[in-house]
Design a protein around this ligand. Structure first.
Ligand SMILES: [Zn+2]
Ligand SMILES: [Zn+2]
Length: 108
């Protein structure tokens, strides 16, 4: 058993065959090459964070860009209007209820 994910393995394989130059990590190799190393993951997180802030700014200028009252708008657009906050709160409540029920069903 290998602890490498298939996509990381595929990339490593291509590097070994000389098809792919072993470029420095980061710069969204996470999405381009499926590399899941710490550097690429951090770069990808940073990239997404930036994109979210850009989207939030765009949404502030034009609130019609996204559908409101949904959890995805709350998360992906960082919208904090009341309908979106309500959607997030409702999800949290449902999730907690689900967890309680799952716990209740388990026997020891
Ligand atoms: Zn990497
Ligand atoms: Zn909203």
């Amino acid at each position: 058993m290998s602890d490498l994910s298939p996509s990381t393995y595929k990339y490593a394989e291509r590097v070994r065959q000389g098809l792919k130059a072993p470029l420095p990590h980061g710069k969204s190799k996470y999405s381009n090459e499926g590399c899941k190393c710490v550097v690429c993951r951090a770069d990808w997180t940073e990239y997404n964070r930036k994109r979210r802030y850009e989207r939030r700014d765009a949404l502030l200028l034009d609130p019609t860009l996204a559908e409101h009252g949904t959890r995805s708008t709350y998360l992906n657009w960082m919208c904090r209007c009341r309908p979106c906050k309500n959607a997030q709160a409702a999800y949290g409540r449902a999730r907690r209820r689900e967890l309680r029920q799952t716990k209740g069903r388990q026997n020891g």
